[in-house]
Design a protein around this ligand. Structure first.
Ligand SMILES: C[S@@+](CC[C@H](N)C(=O)[O-])C[C@H]1O[C@@H](n2cnc3c(N)ncnc32)[C@H](O)[C@@H]1O
Length: 240
């Protein structure tokens, strides 16, 4: 593997980057949750005021009133995908935040190199979010790709994305816990988690990954492994 042997780049302070990203992820979700609660309260107040204190029916509402209610409902649906992982965060799981374009480019480049040597290589994204990384790798590198995701809204969005990219994107999405993924069959594992996840996953990687498999972690380190490459926040590990 051409990546092996490179010393890991030095960091200013151990754990500092992890903390900064965790803080960024948390603040995105905290803001989304605050908007979610605000919109929910407005929608509830509006509905309660209209239907419990008066005898007004839905068809009697003005366009302005219907727009406010419709807008609140649409925002509630959009923010639902943040609300569920927000609560899940307290169980030690990662909230939803998409990988940056720069990090995606690093993974694509790595996968293109691997596909030239092994066109049958398989990638899995543990916590696949909106499926962008999985579909892009499948489409641009021709690798068989799978995603494991707990948030069903994101799984539906991912399947639609894969469907839109058919037939050139061999991508499959599972609405399942990432810890249930059978890692033996994968050559590349991608994860954008949180430190708690990385600790648990490290044990799973030690137990299940085949020799020469690669782990790409966006932002967060595997506590006991040494990266062979680090670029745009993506840490690449090689399973000996
Ligand atoms: C930071 S996002 C990363 C999304 C995507 N991999 C990307 O890089 O754009 C983490 C995702 O992991 C999902 N997740 C968290 N814990 C999980 C678990 N135990 N099993 C499956 N998915 C999980 C969350 O719902 C969220 O969508």
């Amino acid at each position: 593997m051409s990546l092996a042997g490179k010393p890991p780049p030095r960091r200013k302070k151990k754990g500092a980057a992890d903390d900064e990203v965790a803080e960024e992820v948390s603040s995105v979700e905290d803001t989304a949750m605050a908007i979610y609660l605000l919109c929910g309260s407005i929608a509830f107040w509006f509905l309660w005021r209209q239907f419990s204190t008066s005898k007004i029916e839905l068809r009697e509402l003005s366009y302005a009133q219907l727009s406010v209610m419709g807008g609140c409902c649409a925002l509630l649906c959009a923010l639902f995908m943040f609300a569920v992982p927000f609560l899940r965060r307290y169980g030690g799981n990662a909230p939803y935040l998409a990988t940056s374009e720069a990090a995606l480019e690093v993974v694509l480049k790595l996968c293109q190199d691997i596909s030239k040597k092994n066109p049958n290589a398989k990638l899995v994204d543990l916590g696949s979010g909106n499926g962008q990384l999985v579909v892009e790798v499948a489409k641009q590198c021709g690798l068989q790709c799978e995603g494991y995701e707990l948030n069903w809204i994101l799984v539906v969005a991912s399947r639609l994305r894969a469907w839109a990219a058919r037939p050139n994107a061999p991508a499959t999405f599972h609405w399942r816990n990432m810890y249930e993924a059978p890692l033996q069959k994968f050559d590349i594992v991608f994860v954008f988690g949180v430190p708690e996840i990385m600790k648990k996953l490290e044990k799973k990687f030690d137990a299940e990954l085949q020799p020469n498999a690669l782990v790409c972690s966006n932002q967060f380190k595997l506590p006991g492994w040494t990266p062979v490459q680090e670029e745009a926040g993506v840490l690449v590990y090689h399973r000996d």
